[in-house]
Design a protein around this ligand. Sequence first.
Ligand code: ARG
Ligand code: ZN
Length: 881
Amino acid sequence: MNAPLAPQTIYLADYQVPAYLVKTVDLHFDLDPAQTLVSSKLEMMRNPAGQGGALKLDGEQLQLHSVTLNGQRLSEAEYDCTDSRLVIDSLPDEFTLEIVTEIQPDQNTALEGLYHSGQILCTQCEAEGFRRITYYPDRPDVLAVFTVTLTADKAQWPIMLSNGNQVASGEFEDGRHWVCWHDPHPKPAYLFALVAGDLYCQQDSFTTMSGRQVTLQIFVDPENKAKCDHALLSLKQAMQWDEQAFGREYDLDIFMIVAVNDFNMGAMENKGLNIFNAACVLASPETATDDDFYTIQSIVGHEYFHNWSGNRVTCRDWFQLSLKEGFTVMRDQSFSADLNSAAVQRIDDVDMLRRMQFAEDAGPMAHPVRPDSYMEISNFYTVTIYEKGAEVVRMLKTLAGDAGFRRGTDLYFARHDGQAVTTDDFVSAIEEANDLDLAQFQRWYTQAGTPELTVECNYNQAEKTLTVTLQQSCPATPGQPEKQPFLIPVAVGLIGEQGQSLPLQLTDETQPIDGDTRVLLLTENQQNFTFINLPERPKLSVLRGFSAPVKLTQQRDNAELAFMMANDSDSFNRWDAGQTLFINILLALIAEYQSGSTLVVPELLTDQLAAILDNASVEPALTARMLTLPSENYLAAQMAVADVDAIHAVRSFVKRSLAVTLKIRFENLYQQLHQIKPYEFNAADLAQRSLKNTCLSYLMTLTEPVQVERCLAQMAQANNMTDLLAGLRLIVDVDGPQRQQALESFYQQWQHDRQVVDKWLTVQALSTLPGTLTNIKSLMQHPAFSLKNPNNVRALIGQFCRNNPSQFHARDGSGYQFLAEQIIALDKLNPQVAARQLGAFNSWRRYNADRQKQMQAALQMIADKSDLSPDVYEIVSKYLA
Ligand code: ARG
Ligand code: ZN
């Protein structure tokens, strides 16, 4: 084989309909981890809508045994087989093609296609993994009906699963057995899956809205059999929610979930057979935190919701990825909001969008929600496609209204059921069902970058009017120097001196609208909106609920922010005013720190926090968020030149100062919330633990023995992982003998549990004490760590590089050097995971000259390797461009 050349760029503009279609696929697997034989029988036809030409099947890392056309074995001269394709010329309009290939699951460390994870054989085909199983038109717009027969040794592989319904099975005399699965729903190859292993099965059932009974099964390694309940409950909640919220009913007799330990992403929505990263499905109170429980509920929902948004209606090509991902994230966010606290869900979603997606939009990999080119599609499973895509769908809902949005999605599902479509088709359905004109709105799909929204208010006492001037612009991104104005829905409210909501009446309107919030539509670069009948000067609450994914600039002094924090009727904006206040104060103190001045935390901030703490009984989950300082990374993104050391020093100083002044309040609140009772996953208990552990994190900055004792006591008494891990995290950041002791006893207790051991690795990766990198290097030699396991890599290396800025950005460049070495080693094993880790360098141009030089050198060291995967090549070359 030749060394791969620089990978080709693929363009949306080059899209062509497939030349050939597949009517049915009949797959036979003779399963064995060392060598698996795959026989594929395809009933194919020329696509009447196609351009004609040869049949080109995709295939990678396959050993071709035979090609048979209409029963006639072809000689090697009758086809052309390269390392990525099988090409056959001069075919009739309809034909049967049989292909036999051999693959080696044991050798598959990339975890794409068929691979061996622990004692399980499983697949991951999205986006382009099916071509590592057999030669096939591996593109999402070729839909076929699959029948799959699995054969293997019965003792070792008693369970064998694939998509759809099991239709037949049998045994051979030599101890082997076979199972046949049939999926009646035509699907693209990326939704194919198979699983084999000796698995424990937990079963339940769900009765759909039309009264059909569906069998639900979760398959896990036997040691995990006590960790299935939460996922099963989440699945039933998701099935019911999708019926109520979107009118979507499940469409097979069985729905299966399988947990595997080695998985590149979170989970995969294969038709009827979802495969999950074990970390995203297994939970028990003793081993999983509240955050884990929460995430599992949302991912189980996400994958289930794909059954309609992704599977029944799929993507025409991979440029349309956000068609299914953006919409499905929006659906899982709404699901979580309905089942838990909508206010907290919104805050957490926006917080993550701003931290991650805004950084992506501001960096060298910035791309539109519907990109127009890529080298490696795996690199485009991004926060832009997923989370910004979800924001775009959410704006469509805002524009159409709740009922109108539902009309639109009903039309979309009815019109495109069984089809592979585009984001344009989605927008058209919303448009037509509501008689809207969304032509300008489409720019959200085609233009990259985070729009900047500036707001100015002018109150006219004599006229009793408030004129709101909205202005928008969007910075240049790679390949897009100029941007056209977006259609931005700006939700606003007005607040009076007493904190009351004021009427919302625009010029020319005869009366105010009902309710305390209304949506202004900004379509131009600049527009004025004048509110009337306002005898007192109101305060404007703008972008309520974060009605559009934009960066907001609004001149507000600390006093006004404090007022809004206390009085805004929109809970998101109350939180956001607090975050802005924190940021303003922190940035001002950072400037002081840089000029060598003494730091003083403004009394106004302490007073605000005191008020929040005194009021904590109201909404503890919101209170916990209100008390949380913006992260170091997010602060870095607010500075022209990110000063890692100043940010770390000032943020720590502010937190500690607040703890000193408010110590009694934090202690009292902690006492009040610290109750030992059986673990339950419900909104109230979650909120209580979250606020309690926030208090503890303030108290631990005091480095007083009594606080360390408190923390150790919490760990000793904990009956759940949330409280235990919260304690461990804090102890590990305090130098002293208790640190090593806590880590050791935690490991002793939990070494048998992979999910918990990953937490143990993360806690150490996030330590801000000196020596963290040295410790990480030695942990990489620990039996608990393998570079081949993506969860291990993310828990240790990923967490260190992304979420421990003061250590990763060490002045000597050791963090950068370390990451470069790991990426080079990982690329040989698993290109997708290697490419992901590069993300830690995304903002490298935003640091000072010294650090830029060091990060550039690290990137160059990677780029200089001659045999990079397309995954790593694409990102490293775009970062250096
Ligand atoms: N479609 C999956 C989801 O639910 C993501 C799988 C992508 N996997 C990959 N290796 N690119 O979001
Ligand atoms: Zn998804």
